[in-house]
Write a protein that binds this ligand. Structure first.
Ligand SMILES: NC(=O)c1ccc[n+]([C@@H]2O[C@H](COP(=O)([O-])OP(=O)(O)OC[C@H]3O[C@@H](n4cnc5c(N)ncnc54)[C@H](OP(=O)(O)O)[C@@H]3O)[C@@H](O)[C@H]2O)c1
Length: 341
C-alpha cells in the first residue's frame, strides 16, 4: 500500500481507505447501504489492515451513530494501528441546537462520537457540510480547542464550496489556529465537478482530497450497463435518488469506456474506476465502499498498478462534461490559468 500526505500536514494516510457507511444499518436508507454487524465489520477491518489500509471513515449520522459503535468494536485492541475519521454538523436530534457547527453542537457531537467509538481521540474530525449560520471564527476556534485538548488530531471539511474552504483557511491563518488539512469530496468518473474549483484550490492551498463515493454512489460497479436491469441486491433500489444523479446516457458512455479498458487490462470495472482516481492530482486517499468481504477484496485490487496514459485519456474523454460558468470561460485562458488535469 502506498501512503500519502494528508494535505499540508504530517499525517500519512493509505491511498485506499475504508468507508464504514455500510456498518450499522437500522433504518431503510442505511439498511440498503449496508448493515454489517460487529462480526462482519471485524473481518472487514482485518482484511483492510492486512492490505495496509490505515484509515477508516465514519460519521455521527451514519445509521444514527451505529456505524461509529460497530467501527469502534471492530477496531478494539487495534487503536494504535488505525486512524479514525468521523464527522459532525448535520442534525443529530430534534432540538434547536442539535445541528450545525456551533461550539454547542460540535462539543456535544464530539463527546458522543468518542463515546460510541470507544476512544479518547479522533484522528481526523470533519465538518460534514458548511454551516453558514455559525460564525466561521466560532467553528474553527472550537476545532482548534479540540486539537489543543488532544481529543482531535487533524481537522477536515466535507462538501464545502471554494469560498467556504478559502474563508475557513483565512481564519485559521489569521488567528494561528488549526487548519483544514483535508477536504472530503464527491469525485468519480461519474462526476468530475470537483476538478473545476476545488481541485485547483486544493493544489494552491495544499488541502488533500479524501474522495467519497468513488464508484459514483455505487454506480461504477459493472452492474449497470445499457439494457441491463439492476441486480436484485443493490442499494441503488432505495438510495439512487439520495446521492449524485448522473444522466443515464452519460453513465453508459463512461461504463462503455470502462469495459474497453477492462478488456485491455484484465481488471474489473470498480478496480479501474478506483485506479483512475488514484492517479489524479490532490488525492490523499480514496474511501472505498464495500457491502461485503468479496467486494472489498476486489476493490483492494485497485492499488499497486497503474492505468496507462492512453487508458487514462480514454476515460477522461468519455467522462468529460460541459463546464458551468465561470469555468468554461476560464478554460479559454489556459496560458495563465492552467487546468489542474
Ligand atoms: N462526506 C460525505 O458526504 C460522504 C457521502 C457519502 C459517502 N461518504 C464516505 O464514502 C464512503 C464510500 O461511499 P460509497 O459507499 O457511496 O462508495 P462507492 O464506492 O461509490 O459505492 C460503494 C457501493 O458500490 C457497490 N460496490 C462496491 N464495490 C463493488 C464491487 N467490487 N462489485 C460490485 N459492487 C460493488 C456496493 O453497493 P451495492 O452492493 O449495494 O450495489 C457498495 O456499497 C462511505 O462509506 C463514507 O465513508 C462520505
Amino acid at each position: 500500500m502506498e501512503y500519502r500526505q494528508l494535505g499540508y500536514s504530517g499525517l500519512k494516510v493509505s491511498a485506499l481507505s475504508f468507508g464504514a457507511g455500510t456498518f450499522g444499518g437500522g433504518n431503510e436508507f442505511f439498511d440498503a447501504w449496508g448493515a454489517s454487524g460487529v462480526e462482519e465489520a471485524t473481518r472487514i477491518v482485518g482484511l483492510c489492515l492486512d492490505a495496509g489500509i490505515n484509515l477508516f471513515d465514519t460519521a455521527d449520522i451514519y445509521s444514527a451513530g451505529r456505524s461509529e459503535e460497530v467501527l469502534g468494536k471492530a477496531v478494539a485492541g487495534k487503536r494504535q494501528q488505525v486512524l479514525i475519521s468521523t464527522k459532525a454538523t448535520f442534525r443529530s436530534g430534534q432540538g434547536a441546537n442539535d445541528v450545525g457547527s456551533s461550539r454547542h453542537h460540535l462539543t456535544e457531537s464530539l463527546e458522543g462520537s468518542l463515546r460510541r467509538l470507544g476512544t479518547d481521540y479522533v484522528d481526523i474530525y470533519h465538518m460534514h457540510g458548511f454551516d453558514a449560520v455559525t460564525p466561521v471564527e466560532e467553528t474553527i476556534g472550537t476545532l482548534d480547542g479540540f486539537v489543543r485538548s488532544g481529543k482531535v488530531r487533524y481537522i477536515a471539511c466535507s462538501n464545502f464550496s471554494g469560498w467556504h474552504l478559502m474563508k475557513s483557511l483565512a481564519i485559521s491563518e489569521k488567528y494561528g489556529w488549526a487548519r483544514y488539512a483535508g477536504h472530503q469530496v464527491y469525485y468519480s468518473l461519474a462526476g468530475r465537478d470537483y476538478e473545476w474549483e476545488l481541485m485547483p484550490l486544493g493544489l494552491d492551498q495544499k488541502v488533500g482530497a479524501l474522495v467519497w463515493s468513488p464508484l459514483g454512489w455505487g454506480r461504477l460497479t459493472g452492474k449497470i450497463r445499457r439494457g441491463t436491469p439492476l441486480p436484485e441486491v443493490s442499494r441503488l433500489h432505495k438510495t439512487a435518488g439520495m446521492g449524485p444523479q448522473p444522466d443515464s446516457e452519460y453513465l453508459y458512455k463512461v461504463v462503455d469506456a470502462l469495459d474497453e479498458v477492462a478488456k485491455e487490462t484484465g481488471k474489473n470495472v470498480p478496480q479501474i474506476a478506483l485506479n483512475w482516481l488514484l492517479q489524479r492530482p490532490t488525492i490523499s486517499t480514496v474511501i472505498v465502499g464495500a457491502r461485503n468481504e468479496e467486494q472489498l477484496r476486489q476493490n483492494l485490487g485497485a492499488a499497486g498498478w497503474s492505468l496507462t496514459p492512453q487508458q487514462m485519456a480514454k476515460l477522461d474523454e468519455a467522462s468529460s462534461l460541459p463546464r458551468a460558468y465561470p469555468y468554461w470561460h476560464q478554460a479559454q485562458f489556459k496560458e495563465r490559468n492552467p487546468l489542474p488535469v
